[in-house]
Design a protein around this ligand. Sequence first.
Ligand SMILES: *Cc1c(COP(=O)(O)O)cnc(C)c1O
Length: 423
Amino acid sequence: MSHSEHPSALRPETDVLTRGFDPSLSVGSARPAVFRSSTYVFSSPEAAERAFEILGGRAQRSPGESVDLIYSRFNHPNAQILEDQILPLEPGAQAAAVFNSGMAAIMTALLAVLSPGDSLVYTVPIYGGTQTLIQNFLEPFGIAGIPVTAGDSQAIDAAIRGARNLKVVLIETPANPTVLMTDIKRACQTASEFGFVSQNGREAGRPLVMIDNTFLGPAFQHPLALGADVSLYSATKYLGGYSDVIGGVALTRDPTLMAKIRSKRSLFGNILQPDECWIIDTRLPTVILRMNRQSKNAQRLAEELHGHPKIRTVYYPTLFEDAEQVRIFHDQCTYPGGLISIDLQGGKPAAFNFLRHLRLARNAVSLGGVETLACHPRSTTHSAWSAHDLDAAGIGEGLVRISVGIEDWRDLLADCRAALDAI
Ligand SMILES: *Cc1c(COP(=O)(O)O)cnc(C)c1O
């Protein structure tokens, strides 16, 4: 947990293994212990008083001061360890907070900043849960949600400039499942030029840019380094990596913003529990390794499947044809990532038969695990959408999304080809 004396020039793959955990605080264990306690014994009544002053924001922690833990809904050692160890993986991050799901991270970051009367610009398509959160919860609550098409930089600029009391620009890139990319840097620049003044005239500032970085982060896309304020994750996906845990993370450049997010987390009670923190912590040192392998596998698969007579389109960043999409991909991402979507000739029956005949890839939603998963978005993850919206977003009847794992890509290709033959 002590990292202030740590050399800062280490690369992420090294830093993630050497910072953020002090074995002497865990009876010398080489890996962190699990501290499964709901409450913490104070070193003195004065220390308890001090801890509550700092928790309540009535005092600031002085540099190097160690503050007693209080109660595990506010904070606990495994959350602290995970939050320290994840920082080097996200260039530009100064603070992190872990949550009991990706949705909890998104909701808490939004509610730390938004109040009734404010507005929020967001890209569509966006994760279904996020869309429902905005439309069925934030809007009735008095927060205006303004959808803009992912990848359409001009429309995003116009929405930012035209919104009243705009507090947040929420971007998910690449968009699911068509991997359409949105220019993070440009949205940050536009947001920084257009400030807001609240209705009572007392508050002024600029809208914050939050990025759902689940699909390409933390390995291949670094939103904070591009100017974003918050990077959000479903840790259930690549960070967790084994399809065995639900979790979420928010990272910021600004510790003051993180203090606001943490204080909402304490109130909502959605901090990640110690065991889950420990599990995700064990996965951090391999996330870049896993994602590199998944991206290489996916690229080989996508490029081999491209042009197959039974496939209409393969959606994958290295196959982009639109010049603007190619530019964003090259400017913003280091590698194309592990997600492929294929639009099959023959619509839904073809897609269902393809899924039925896969032997290695399993038919399941979710993504980012070491095993390959495939699903039919139109009838599952995106089934609540209208036919019009699905068609507009390119989510056709024949579309299958594949989250590529770390198997040998030649076996995966043979599996896909055999399933295509069986259609
Ligand atoms: C899965 C996912 C979420 C929600 O995360 P949970 O951990 O399931 O709550 C949010 N955004 C994206 C892009 C996701 O893939």
